[in-house]
Design a protein around this ligand. Structure first.
Ligand code: PLP
Length: 288
C-alpha cells in the first residue's frame, strides 16, 4: 500500500488505518450485516459521487437502516479522506455496518449506533496490455443470494467465483442463473451482437451499476442505445463484443470466454468508440 493511502475514518475519527479498531461483536464482522460503496476519484475529485450516495442510501433502506449521514456529510467525509491521503486518483471505500451489540443476536436490534468506516485505495490505471488484448473470463452458475441489488459486504460467493477465475488465468467470472446472464462477480456486463448493445435487466439478481448507467448514457449519445432484456448464455457464443464495467475498472473489453475467442478475438470497434467517450467524459468532469 502506498504510504499516502494509510489514513482511514472510523466513527468520527481519522487515524492511521492500522490503528483503527472495531469491537468483535460488530454485526458487520459477525454477520456481514453491512453495506458499502466504492467511489473512484480522478485528479482529487470524486467521480459521479451522487449516484454512489443514492445507491448507498438505497442499500441502507433495503436492510432497514436509517440514512446515517446526509449527502452533504458523505461529501465532506469523502473529501477529507481524499485530502488526508494525498489527493490525486484513488478509490474511496465507505462501509456502514449495523453496529456492535453486547451479545451475538440474529434479530435486528433497534437503536444501535451504526459503525461508519472509510478508507482509500490506489486506483490502478488500466494496463495498455489489457486495452490491447482484452480480458479473459470464465462462466459459472450464479451461486450468490437473491438480493444482489443490495451492495452488501457479504461477498463470500463473489470472492470464491472471482478467485476461481484467477486460478483459471482469467480476470473475471461471468455469472448465470437458469441459463440467463446476470453480471460479473464484481462488474456489470454488456454484450454486442450485430451492432446492437445488450444488457441484462435490473432486478434483485443484479447490482445496479453506476458505471453501467454512465455507459448506457454514452451509448445513447453515440446513437447506439443499450437494449435491456434477458440474455441467454448461448448468445455469448456468437457475440461480436463483450464488455465489463465497474467503477474501478471503467469499461473493459472481454476477448475470451471459457477459452473461446469473442468475435475476432480482439477488442471491438464499439468498445473503442464508447471507451473513448468514457475517457472524454472523465476528463471533462475532472476539469469542471
Ligand atoms: N456488479 C457487482 C457484483 C459489483 O461488485 C460491481 C462493482 O463492484 C458492479 C456490478 C459494478 O458497479 P459499479 O459500476 O457501481 O462499480
Amino acid at each position: 500500500m502506498a504510504p499516502s493511502m494509510t489514513i482511514g475514518y472510523l466513527n468520527g475519527e481519522f487515524a492511521d488505518l492500522a490503528s483503527l479498531r472495531i469491537p468483535v461483536l460488530d454485526r458487520g464482522f459477525l454477520f456481514g450485516d453491512a453495506v458499502y460503496e466504492v467511489i473512484p476519484v480522478y485528479q482529487g475529485r470524486p467521480f459521479r459521487s451522487e449516484f454512489h450516495y443514492q445507491r448507498l442510501q438505497r442499500s441502507l433502506a433495503q436492510i432497514h437502516m436509517d440514512a446515517v449521514l446526509d449527502r452533504e456529510h458523505w461529501d465532506s467525509l469523502v473529501h477529507d479522506l481524499i485530502e488526508r491521503n494525498g489527493g490525486g486518483s484513488m478509490a474511496v471505500y465507505l462501509q456502514i455496518s449495523r453496529g456492535a451489540e453486547s451479545v451475538r443476536n440474529h434479530l435486528i436490534p433497534k437503536g444501535l449506533a451504526p459503525t461508519v468506516f472509510g478508507m482509500t485505495a490506489a486506483l490502478k490505471s488500466r494496463s495498455p496490455e489489457v486495452l490491447e488484448r482484452g480480458l479473459q473470463v470464465i462462466t459459472r452458475e450464479d451461486t450468490r443470494w437473491d438480493r444482489c441489488d443490495i451492495k452488501s459486504t457479504s461477498l463470500l460467493a463473489n470472492i470464491l467465483l472471482y478467485s476461481e477465475a484467477h486460478e483459471q488465468h482469467a480476470q473475471e467470472c461471468l455469472l448465470h442463473r437458469e441459463g440467463q446472464l446476470t453480471e460479473g462477480s464484481s462488474s456489470s456486463v454488456f454484450v454486442v451482437r450485430n451492432g446492437r448493445i445488450y444488457a441484462p435487466p435490473y432486478g434483485p439478481e443484479i447490482l445496479p451499476g453506476t458505471t453501467r448507467d454512465l455507459v448506457a448514457e454514452l451509448c445513447e449519445a453515440n446513437g447506439t442505445p443499450v437494449r435491456v432484456g434477458p440474455i441467454d448464455m448461448l448468445e455469448l457464443a456468437d457475440a461480436d463484443e463483450i464488455w465489463l464495467a465497474s467503477a474501478t475498472r471503467e469499461l473493459l473489453p472481454v476477448t475470451r470466454v471459457d477459452g473461446h475467442a469473442v468475435g475476432d478475438g480482439h477488442p471491438g470497434p464499439l468498445w473503442r468508440a464508447i471507451d473513448t467517450r468514457f475517457q472524454e467524459y472523465k476528463q471533462e468532469s475532472a476539469n469542471d
